[in-house]
Design a protein around this ligand. Sequence first.
Ligand code: FES
Ligand code: FES
Length: 154
Amino acid sequence: MPAISMKVNGQAVCGEVENRTLLVEFLRNNLGLTGTHVGCDTSQCGACVVHVNGKAIKSCTTLAVACDGADVTTIEGLSKDGKLHPMQQAFHENHGLQCGFCTPGMIMSAVDMVKRKGKKLDDDTIRHELEGNICRCTGYQNIVAAVKAGAENM
Ligand code: FES
Ligand code: FES
């Protein structure tokens, strides 16, 4: 089996994986980072979004071997010194979740959105940018409010 190594949330990690092992499987099963969820396995729902080399990707359709040597950030890597990331705090304060299953992917996509689009985001932009993230609970209104508030505080 191929051996891979990468940086995950600032820590050097390594492991042996099959060629077919997905990044999300490596994160969840090998590293125990279960904050990254699998909702569909077909690149539809966005529950599995993580950052690879600074860009949001869907880890359910990315091979772990393709991330050999990469710098990966998961939802577990966003908070610093025991303080929530501003986007996490905004989801908390705006009640941008109900069951929470979609939330890690929503937050990782939102952080990437701010990096690409800036801190002043209107509702249409947020909704368009989140088209790859599905929420089955909230109706999206509070998610949009959370992303807008989180963006301003980043
Ligand atoms: Fe990856 Fe749904 S689990 S997009
Ligand atoms: Fe339940 Fe979004 S909060 S799927």
